[in-house]
Design a binder for this molecule. Structure first.
Ligand SMILES: Cc1cc2nc3c(=O)[nH]c(=O)nc-3n(C[C@H](O)[C@H](O)[C@H](O)COP(=O)(O)O)c2cc1C
Ligand SMILES: [Mn+2]
Length: 454
């Protein structure tokens, strides 16, 4: 994409962009990062982004909500909401064909100031939901290096502040960072990381890229470079051998300790439920660097995570499924499905191909629980329309399949790490019988009519 050309690669530029496009509200009153900030943010969820200019006991403003409205992201990429995942899929494909290399610099905006003392309590890290176990970093992108090959990985993790220089955090079982960590721990070594806060959407997309789009042997930073339209500059760290993002707002350097687990949680997750408090992984911070005038960024659990995660994953899943069955025309994670429910649209040419599509979608991402397949006359962005197709085009006994899978642990329906996955074929059988033809009315343009009170 052309974000670099349009000067849209850091948070200060994002704030200017939000302002210009009437997508921003500024909260001027003093706000407590303990519960109050997230409480206010929740009122705006799905609409304009919110800049908290005056956070109690902190020198830094906090931006929330850049991702909770797809219209903002579509404007950022100069495209439509519907085209967003496909535009990103094109860039992921281009990245795989010829990845850009990142230059490494010693000085950059993100180390204009090197904090003398590591003190996470100086950052305006919000305590989001009432039952949360502490203040949480939610939107930072973690960079790590494969302990054997040195290849870089990007990922996003909830991280709970438990001390001046300590987070406990969640590593999901199937993630690459977990793979790195297990191999480091087996050698008795810590895994070094940089935690980059206040970064642009391409880095979030790269961080959320699933293994099917970004295999473990590829450096995911290249996805962000491709989306920016120029290589993402990296910054040499002060205390670890892993680089940070040169134009981030804050970089926290440190390491995940081997053979140490300490309590993390509860945390109100994207599922709408609290994840349990349990002994989890421990990150020890060894340095904090920042801009002179940084803006801290946070994500609110809910729509923001659905988008930050869902758009990138739809892009990756579309790419995969389309490469196996080219008749697939679009995919979308159903609104409100957390996202667990993938709707796939197909221009079906061969009866029976539906099973292949359903299987391909399940393989493309481990946490898809439901796949619904519809024809091209169904609007996949409309939950109403998909519902209509399922109720009018399915014979459940033969059109629904169940299979076992490893469940997403955060989902309370999961038992013993397992759940049942369901595929629904709501396509019309070929050859199409007349009775399945959708009713239509004449296409008109309301501007051609004199209408009062419309
Ligand atoms: C806002 C947000 C929060 C996330 N939180 C976590 C988390 O706490 N732990 C985790 O393992 N994955 C989390 N994820 C998902 C991973 O970042 C995602 O699965 C990523 O693809 C993992 O990358 P990897 O396999 O390269 O490590 C989160 C994703 C988003 C968008
Ligand atoms: Mn990865």
């Amino acid at each position: 994409m052309d974000l670099a050309k349009r000067n849209l690669i850091d948070l200060q530029q994002y704030i200017a962009f939000l302002e210009e496009n009437n997508h921003l509200v500024r909260v001027k009153s003093e706000v407590d990062s303990y519960l109050e900030l997230a409480g206010i943010a929740k009122k705006y969820e799905g609409g304009k982004a919110v800049l908290f200019e005056n956070v109690k006991d902190s020198d830094y403003p906090v931006l929330m909500g850049f991702y909770w409205h797809r219209g903002i992201l579509a404007d950022l990429f100069n495209t439509s909401i519907g085209n967003l995942p496909f535009a990103i899929a094109d860039d992921i494909r281009a990245w795989r064909q010829s990845p850009m290399e990142s230059p490494i610099v010693k000085k950059g905006p993100a180390n204009e100031v090197i904090e003398e003392e590591v003190d996470l309590y100086k950052l305006p890290i919000p305590h989001h939901s009432e039952g949360d176990g502490g203040a949480y970093l939610t939107s930072s992108v973690v960079i790590a290096k494969d302990p054997d090959t040195g290849v870089r990985n990007l990922s996003i993790h909830r991280m709970m502040v438990v001390g001046k220089n300590r987070f406990t955090f969640l590593l999901e079982e199937l993630g690459h960072l977990m793979d790195y960590y297990k191999r480091a721990e087996a050698k008795g070594e810590a895994l070094e990381l940089t935690v980059n806060n206040g970064i642009d959407f391409p880095l979030i997309m790269a961080g959320a890229a699933p293994a099917s789009a970004a295999p473990i042997e590829l450096d995911e930073l290249g996805i962000a470079s491709q989306l920016r339209g120029e290589p993402v500059e990296l910054l040499e760290s002060q205390t670890v051998a892993v680089e940070g993002v040169a134009n981030a707002q804050f970089i926290i350097e440190g390491k995940v300790l081997p053979n140490v687990r300490e309590p993390e949680g509860p945390y109100a997750e994207v599922t709408g439920y609290y994840a349990e408090r349990e002994d989890r992984w421990v990150f020890e911070a060894t340095a904090i660097t920042r801009r002179k005038e940084p803006v801290f960024q946070s994500i609110l659990s809910g729509k923001e995570v659905y988008n930050a995660f869902g758009i990138g994953v739809s892009a990756a899943v579309f790419d995969k499924v389309h490469s196996i069955v080219p008749d697939v025309t679009a995919v979308h994670f159903s609104n409100g499905s957390v996202p667990y429910h993938l709707v796939v649209q197909i221009d079906k040419k061969h009866e029976g191909i539906q099973r292949n599509v359903i299987m391909a979608a399940f393989v493309a991402h481990p946490f898809i629980k439901t796949v619904t397949l519809v024809d091209t006359d169904v609007d996949i962005f409309s939950v109403d329309d998909v519902e209509w197709a399922v109720q009018t085009r399915c014979q459940f006994e033969k059109d629904v399949i169940f299979m076992d899978g490893i469940g997403h642990r955060l989902n309370p329906s999961v038992d013993d790490d397992k759940w049942t996955r369901m595929g629904i074929d709501a396509t019309v059988p070929l050859p199409r019988e007349e009775k399945f033809v959708r009713a239509t009315v004449k296409q008109v343009n309301l501007e051609d009519y004199d209408i009062e009170g419309g």
